[in-house]
Design a binder for this molecule. Structure first.
Ligand SMILES: [Fe+2]
Length: 316
């Protein structure tokens, strides 16, 4: 019971045509529906639900919401009560309010992002089907992302004022929604301040991450690839399409993921994330990274801090 995985990320974008072109031609997703106002729904070839990314036309680049799927419809009642008991206001939405989904609930995370929980979304199936499937479809294109893997959100961190939305969000996700902490970044006196938290509901190293920042925000959405060769191939696709790359093919110390950071046409950060890193079983001990080793934790290969990583992010 409970949260099973990430469901989708909904983004407000300024140039819908350029954005759709990026997520289809570059990332390798397919459009599965368009609303009359231009709102566009996309899925990856290895996903089965109708969409994992929503692009909404807007006059600004902004996170609209993140959504996670729960196992059973009844979980929405159980988790909704636990969220309310944690002192967080819960909105209930009838089937269809979250497009192509059954009933849902939503609430604001302590770090200011709206999170939806839903149990059912229209089913399309993987492009390779389920009957004696090939390992990948002939329709694979661009980077050929398998699936939306995780997102990283930002929480205001100002210890002098006693504000730590990273710790608040960690406590909430763990306490109300049963996420498990896999890795943490600790800063300040005696490394006592939680500045980063990586949490999972599966055996992946993370299904969501929260990192400290001057203000709440949205950092990136990440797409899964098999491994290092696919990451390098993704770099080729990005360069062919003149996409702005922030971090060249590299490895994270945290999660051990192989990675590239790049930006969509709205300046919203994307990641391609290769490999499953390790199996984060429920009894796995929590991994800790301290402030002095944080550059190595995030940018393991170069061990040098990339300034834009902590200064360029999307409003919520
Ligand atoms: Fe990531």
């Amino acid at each position: 019971m409970g949260v099973t995985r990430i469901g989708h990320v909904a983004l407000r974008v300024m140039d819908i045509a350029a954005s759709v072109n990026h997520y289809t031609k570059v990332v390798g997703m397919d459009v599965t529906h368009r609303d009359s106002d231009g709102t566009t729904y996309l899925k990856c070839w290895d996903e089965w639900d109708k969409y994992s990314v929503v692009l909404k036309p807007s006059d600004r680049a902004q996170l609209d919401h993140i959504a996670y799927k729960v196992e059973n419809d009844a979980d929405l009642d159980v988790l909704g009560k636990r969220v309310a008991d944690a002192g967080v206001a819960v909105s209930k939405h009838a089937a269809g309010e979250l497009t192509f989904c059954g009933r849902s609930i939503s609430f604001m995370l302590p770090s200011g992002q709206r999170m939806y929980l839903f149990a059912q979304k229209d089913f399309l199936g993987k492009d390779v089907g389920v009957m004696n499937p090939d390992p990948w479809p002939d329709s694979r294109h661009g980077i050929g992302a398998h699936w939306l893997d995780h997102c990283l959100i930002l929480g205001e961190l100002n210890p002098e004022k006693g504000i730590n939305r990273v710790a608040d969000c960690h406590d909430f996700l763990k306490g109300a929604l049963d996420f498990r902490l896999t890795e943490q970044g600790m800063v300040g006196p005696n490394h006592s301040v939680m500045a980063a938290a990586f949490l999972t509901r599966t055996v992946k190293p993370h299904d969501i991450a929260i990192v400290g920042a001057p203000t709440n925000g949205f950092h990136h959405l990440s797409f899964f690839l098999d491994g290092w060769h696919d990451i390098l191939h993704a770099g080729d696709i990005l360069s062919k399409n003149r996409v702005k790359i922030e971090l060249l093919p590299s490895r994270h110390g945290i999660t051990r993921g192989e990675t590239i950071y790049f930006f969509d046409p709205n300046g919203i950060r994307n990641e391609t994330f290769g490999g499953l890193g390790y199996a984060a079983h429920p009894d796995m001990p929590v991994i800790t990274w301290v402030e002095e080793e944080m550059a190595r934790g995030i940018f393991y290969t170069a061990r040098e801090w990339v300034d834009s990583f902590s200064s360029a992010y999307t409003a919520v």
